[in-house]
Write a protein that binds this ligand. Sequence first.
Ligand SMILES: Nc1ncnc2c1ncn2[C@@H]1O[C@H](COP(=O)(O)OP(=O)(O)OP(=O)(O)O)[C@@H](O)[C@H]1O
Ligand SMILES: Cc1ncc(COP(=O)(O)O)c(N)n1
Length: 277
Amino acid sequence: MTEQINSFPQVLTLAGTDSGGGAGIMADLKTMQARHVFGTAVVVAVTAQNTLGVQDSLMIPQEMIDAQCASLADDFNIKACKTGMLGDAKHVHYIAKNLQKYDFGPLVVDPVMVAKGGATLLTDDAIQTVIDELLPLATVVTPNLVEAKRIVGHEIKTADEVKAAAKEIQQLGVKNVIIKGGHMTASKQESADYFLFADQTDLWLSAPRINTNRTHGTGDTLSSCLAAELAKGIDMKQAVRTAKAYVQAAIENTIQVGHGHGPLNHWAYGEEENAKI
Ligand SMILES: Nc1ncnc2c1ncn2[C@@H]1O[C@H](COP(=O)(O)OP(=O)(O)OP(=O)(O)O)[C@@H](O)[C@H]1O
Ligand SMILES: Cc1ncc(COP(=O)(O)O)c(N)n1
């Protein structure tokens, strides 16, 4: 009976808050809500942020991170989780320890490094800790082009180099790799993401590139949608298609909020479809 009561898909984000509501934990919870899963959150960092940039940030102490993870593990039945902004090497380590201690299901690692406005969200020395401690725990990692370059430690220019980099990242111990195309601006027509799956099949998923600066939180939205689908038991290949379509609809159906890099429209995707889920 208890198991039945606790069986509704529950998802966890371990990340930073965005007071402006467009990225980080706020984007994650909005995405989870729209995908009809129950969203929970471990706050790793607090940012004072709006669409113009990050004005300040505060890292949460280890004891409080551990306490949040313990609270969730004691009560909830988390079926998938994602990481976002983790700030520094120490916090990457605290999160990796908690993810080893508790079973929160498949892990989506979004290796958030720099905000669209240019603020550092992960210190340089922490990249190696992500590689050593977090990637081996991940079911899927979702770097953008810039993050992928930092992980492999060299330039990635052509489509063949994107594919080779995904393979290199997979060899670090992650089953599935997605290199996101938002920063691959060579094509003005499309935004194409590359997917390399655990079974060695691969896929480019392309969608029309929208000419807009209202792309605050695109990466968070993709990774939290992916986690939401995985929590429902959807297989990885279908989950990535839904996540890409969800982000596309959220960028396309723009809303006018803030004066800078505006947020996405998290309720745009398949509104009638959602009503039926
Ligand atoms: N202008 C755009 N038009 C269409 N799709 C886009 C656009 N910008 C980004 N995307 C899509 O959004 C998703 C996230 O990609 P992106 O490379 O922007 O991630 P990110 O840089 O990690 O995002 P964030 O900076 O929010 O963390 C990908 O599916 C990408 O193809
Ligand atoms: C707390 C937090 N997490 C992630 C991002 C990345 O989003 P973006 O690159 O769109 O600014 C952010 N700005 N803030």
